[in-house]
Design a protein around this ligand. Structure first.
Ligand code: SF4
Length: 110
């Protein structure tokens, strides 16, 4: 799955959501939080089920961009969003922003 990032994910302006209803609207959010698979393995069946929902979502690119810009570190990414599983979003995040240092314990507790 690595390397299949949205083609324009690096160029989108992050602003108001585009028109359209998110395909995940009304679904159980737990669907989008499967146990994460390793980056060097294929997505799990549970991840594929979530990715299939994203695949037909009309706001997918915006969703991915929002996720990228709202993730505070490459270590704090969870679940399937914007058509990418956790491992692939982490890789994209590192590609775009690099690795950010872990917050110190005192900061992390805030
Ligand atoms: S792309 Fe984002 S908004 Fe669309 S179904 Fe996936 S998680 Fe939901």
């Amino acid at each position: 799955m690595s390397g299949t990032f949205s083609s324009n994910a690096r160029n989108l302006e992050f602003g108001a959501p585009p028109p359209g209803v998110p395909a995940c609207q009304g679904l159980d959010p737990e669907i989008f939080h499967p146990n994460p698979s390793d980056a060097n393995r294929d997505p799990s069946p549970a991840e594929r089920a979530a990715l299939a929902v994203c695949e037909v979502c009309s706001v997918r690119d915006w969703c991915l961009e929002r996720d990228m810009q709202e993730c505070s570190t490459d270590r704090r990414i969870s679940g399937v969003r914007g058509g990418l599983r956790e491992a692939d979003r982490r890789a994209l995040h590192v590609q775009r922003f690099g690795r950010r240092p872990a917050r110190r314990k005192a900061e992390a507790g805030r």
